[in-house]
Ligand binder design. Structure first.
Ligand code: FMN
Length: 355
């Protein structure tokens, strides 16, 4: 992969801190920092966020026109995605020498306004923030098989601690029986989702051929589809839309789950929009930390997305004699993977509302 990404839809990944307007107004500085927020992961790469800069404050809005009503009926993952963008924004503020001042859900009458964010007092970034910031442009979802090599316990503990810092938890799936039981739920989730023509149509609408120039959605190259379907990559969206490929996808995801060094569930104690926003920030922090220590990640969320299966995952995670766990939000596959390409992003100008 060349170092400079020339395709227009990949240009946002070339952002460089050298262009930070040091002498600019707070509003100009905040606008520049949005270049980091938009690199966050999001369900189906819908990028369901909008921003407005007013009174030297960024307003972060959930863009529900980009909702995924089949896979994400409650907009739970939509808010998690916005939380991930919020974490990048906070980290960028700290990197450029300010305290990240944030008020979440500032207007109880407007559930779409997720946060007000502004530049707080000057402050020097910590070493951890420096390291995490450097990984924002390097983090990519990695759906390819991982090396058969365990992640050291110490690294997993650091990732767990990092998740806790943002008000969520990360439960590592330990033991072969538990891993197999979770893999079975993933397989079952795949079958249920893929048997649903509405789910398939929604997914297909966000998978594009590699040559497509849109600034959102998932290019075929990011999907590990050649393994999933034995087809040439420009057509998987049509295939997904038309056929129930549940068995093939389930087999593929089941193999990925069982063959991965680590499965981990990121969750929260409550299941409210506020906790989804925290989960998103925790998710991004954990993913960035993973990049910093060489750990790749992808998502196997089916047992959480399928309402019927979520309580079963919850039950599996509960251990006798321990407090009951809360709500699983994201199921991650972690390990050491090959390098992967970035996916498209909308430019800041496309997600910034007029004042
Ligand atoms: C809340 C959320 C849910 C996601 N769910 C899935 C999923 O179920 N399956 C999957 O393969 N990827 C999932 N992803 C990953 C997105 O597809 C990915 O972030 C997006 O395509 C952008 O690619 P990137 O992460 O490489 O930048 C999810 C991401 C987020 C933030």
């Amino acid at each position: 992969m060349s170092k400079t990404l020339t395709s227009h839809s990949l240009c946002p990944w070339n952002v460089s801190g050298t262009h930070f307007p040091k002498l600019g107004s707070p509003s100009e500085q905040l606008e520049f920092l949005l270049n980091y927020a938009i690199l966050a992961p999001s369900g189906h790469n819908t990028q369901p966020w909008l921003f407005r800069i007013a009174h030297e404050t960024i307003e972060l809005y959930a863009d529900r026109t980009r909702a995924l009503p089949v896979v994400d009926l409650q907009d739970r993952e939509l808010i998690i995605s916005c939380g991930a963008a919020l974490f990048n924004l906070r980290l960028a503020i700290r990197h450029f020498g300010y305290t990240d001042a944030v008020k979440t859900f500032p207007n109880p009458n407007d559930p779409d306004l997720l946060a007000h964010v502004w530049l707080g007092n000057p402050r020097k970034e910590t070493e951890e923030e420096y390291l995490l910031f450097a990984t924002i442009t390097k983090r990519h979802t990695n759906r390819f098989p991982f090396r058969n090599c365990d992640i050291p316990e110490t690294l997993l503990s650091i990732m767990q601690e990092s998740t806790t810092q943002e008000g969520a938890w990360l439960e590592i799936i330990k033991g072969e029986d538990l891993r197999n039981a979770v893999a079975d739920l993933i397989v079952e989730g795949d079958r249920i989702q893929m048997a649903n023509p509405h789910f398939r149509r929604e997914l297909a609408a966000w998978i594009h051929s590699n040559r497509n120039l849109t600034h959102d959605g998932m290019p075929a190259y990011s999907q590990n589809v050649s393994q999933l379907l034995d087809f040439a990559t420009p057509i998987p969206a049509n295939v997904i839309c038309t056929f129930d490929i549940g068995r093939g996808k389930a087999a593929n995801d089941g193999e990925l789950a069982v063959g991965s060094p680590t499965l981990a569930v990121l969750g929260t104690n409550e299941d409210t929009p506020a906790s989804w926003l925290s989960a998103g920030q925790a998710l991004e922090r954990t993913l960035l930390l993973g990049v910093a220590i060489g750990v790749s990640a992808s998502f196997l969320n089916q047992p959480i997305q399928v309402a019927l299966l979520r309580p079963r995952l919850q039950t599996l995670l509960n251990k006798p004699g321990y407090p009951q766990i809360g709500y699983p939000q994201i199921l991650l596959r972690l390990g050491f993977g090959p390098q992967v390409k970035p996916t498209p992003r909308r430019a800041v100008s496309e997600v910034l509302l007029d004042e």
